[in-house]
Design a protein around this ligand. Sequence first.
Ligand code: MN3
Length: 194
Amino acid sequence: MITLPPLAYAYNALEPFIDEETMHIHHDKHHQAYIDKLNELFATNPLLMETPLETLLHTIDTLPLDDIGRAVLRNHGGGHVNHTFFWTIMGPEKKLDQPLISRINKTFGSLDLFRKQFTEKSLAHFGSGWMWLVENEAHELEMYSTKNQDSPYLFGHVPKIGLDLWEHAYYLHYQNRRADYIRAWWNVLTLLPM
Ligand code: MN3
């Protein structure tokens, strides 16, 4: 059984950039719903619980699941790992990740260039999904978006930065203004300076 990991900060700690009501619904309702579906899958396939979720996602095609079970793992297992990660890279205070900052500078030229490219790709993503900075199998930084709740672990990649592009992440406060949400989000991403 998986339980919802609590936030390490108050629900209103990300205001004014992300509002308290959005955080409550996003964390307590949306993330909980992914966990509930995943727990239903685990209840009927208890052996899955012996393997870390990241590994299950990476080996999803080899697991003894039917198509429905595989879709539950991909969507709801992905939803759980994606959100668990997302909460930890946000907060009310910056906790700069200097090694990551150095790697971003080296790969993308500068933090500003990285932010520009990440923002542009986020805006270009159509529909629900996530924008990612990952470390790939070659241990290089790479940037891409995924649909739905597809996790970088599906490809054996490790997420370094992730941005939830689902409307549920911003609609209450920003409505259709995804660009405003993305611009504001850099303020609460703790790993990089604004
Ligand atoms: Mn979400």
